[in-house]
Design a protein around this ligand. Structure first.
Ligand code: AMP
Ligand code: ZN
Length: 431
């Protein structure tokens, strides 16, 4: 099933033609309307007419998160703020000012179109009911999904996050079939359901859940699919690119299709800014092709991913990106070894007996402590089994990250759980 079959299955020649037309239009637009870009073009002695082929994208300047902050709040608008834009979102900055993102009427519509493609791609039909458990408000996550699901024509329950008992009651009362939430909240939800003896397959109408807004591993997906008995699809987006709907998995769950008629994808070496060899991982850099309110050239997402080679069996021709393998700024170094939190998660979630939550504490330049919640049965059981589990976790972590962390086993629900993005790494070295 397709939402817009023609564009979703477009051949490479026509796609490239469309991308070039849209790129040239976007370049002219920012050159004429955004002083920040005009100055950057001047620094490089570049004119819009110099962009003659798609390869010329490499002549264009990058845009960074700092550029957004420095031009906060209205500096990067390409249309008048009165009459040109209809919606403001901000992005979760952990430090300093947030990033302000504006949508024109067409941007609101276009972002909903992309979500509609994504939902239909996972098999959503008119009898589906979406319980939207992301935060409504300044974040893009909930509202953009909401508008997209309404466009498909399905019932949307704007539940927002939190109040888990009420969430379960909503699922029971209205027979929700799809959920949209963060992976950490999904883990918590599954824990609560388990403790209440609710078996989603038996007691609820759930079919699928869309998980995004923060990284999670394939092991976590599998664990959740097993616990909830539903299909889980990865959903990637960022406020700067509309929010959710940038890239999404189809039913084959083998990478996320990224909508190339709306975004040009580059995977670059994060240090040199040069393209990596085909199929290698690097920083995802995106150029918007359809945004009116705030178009971005070569936006450095800081997210690390790779392109999945080959064609997808679903018939869509848009490239697939891997799971987000880390964020450039999530990486931490212990004893000279570069480590991403996702590596730790992948190992933990593959070990039987490990429950849903964990935290990484960095205590001194060479000291790392991993706190892991384990299943209640293990915790209450034989001390020998507990010690075996602990050394198994330590050993497996060591073989992944090459250093030996200290491991502490905890009862379920000991560590803080978040309904939004969860803080996994507590770095006391920088506190
Ligand atoms: P925000 O702009 O606040 O919505 O945050 C966007 C960021 O969330 C992205 O740049 C990613 O780092 C992260 N993110 C969003 N979706 C995913 C996903 N499916 N997997 C991993 N990280 C994600
Ligand atoms: Zn596909």
């Amino acid at each position: 099933m397709f939402w817009q079959e023609e564009i979703e299955t477009i051949d490479s020649k026509n796609l490239e033609k469309l991308q070039l037309e849209r790129l040239q239009k976007t370049v002219r637009c920012v050159y004429e309307n955004v002083p920040f870009y005009r100055d950057k073009f001047k620094d490089k002695s570049l004119k819009p007419d110099d962009i003659k082929t798609l390869q010329d994208i490499r002549k264009l300047p990058f845009t960074t998160r700092d550029d957004l902050r420095l031009n906060y709040p209205y500096g990067l608008l390409a249309v008048p703020k009165n009459g040109g834009v209809v919606r403001l979102h901000t992005s979760s900055g952990t430090t300093g000012k947030p990033k302000a993102i504006f949508f024109s009427k067409n941007d609101v519509n276009q972002s909903a179109e992309l979500i509609a493609r994504c939902l239909v791609m996972t098999g959503v039909k008119s009898d589906d009911i979406l319980q939207n458990m992301m935060t409504y408000g300044l974040f893009t996550g909930a509202l953009v999904m909401h508008y997209g699901a309404e466009k498909v024509g399905i019932l949307v329950i704007p539940a927002g996050p939190g109040n888990t008992e009420r969430q379960i009651a909503l699922m029971q009362d209205f027979s929700s079939t799809c959920l949209h939430l963060t992976p950490s909240y999904a883990l918590y939800l599954s824990e609560v359901m388990e403790s209440k003896g609710i078996m989603p397959k038996r007691d609820l109408s759930l079919r699928r859940a869309y998980l995004g807004a923060e990284p999670y591993s394939e092991e976590t997906r599998k664990k959740l699919e097993q616990m909830l008995g539903i299909d889980i699809y990865n959903s990637y987006g960022l406020s700067e690119m509309n929010g959710p709907g940038v890239a999404f998995e189809c039913i084959n769950k083998d990478g996320m299709h990224i909508w190339e008629d709306n975004f040009i994808v580059e995977i670059l070496d994060q240090e040199t800014g040069e393209p990596v060899t085909e199929g290698q991982q690097g920083e995802l850099v995106l150029t918007t092709l359809c945004r009116e309110g705030m178009p971005f050239l070569r936006y450095r997402t800081k997210d690390i991913a790779k392109i999945i080679p080959g064609k997808c069996r679903c018939g869509r021709t848009h490239k697939r990106i891997s799971r987000i393998l880390g964020r450039v700024d999530d990486m931490f170094i212990v004893r000279g070894v570069n480590i991403f939190p996702q590596q730790i998660e992948r190992v933990l979630m593959s070990i039987k007996g490990v429950a849903q939550n964990y935290q990484i504490h960095l205590e001194a330049y060479d000291k790392m402590l991993v706190k892991v919640e384990i299943e209640q049965d293990f915790f209450d059981g034989n001390i020998e089994h507990l010690l075996i589990l602990k050394s198994k976790i330590t050993e497996k972590l060591k073989s992944e990250i090459l250093i030996t962390p200290k491991v502490e086993l905890l009862e379920p629900s000991t560590l803080p759980m978040s309904e939004g993005k969860t803080q996994r790494v507590i770095d006391r070295r920088t506190l």
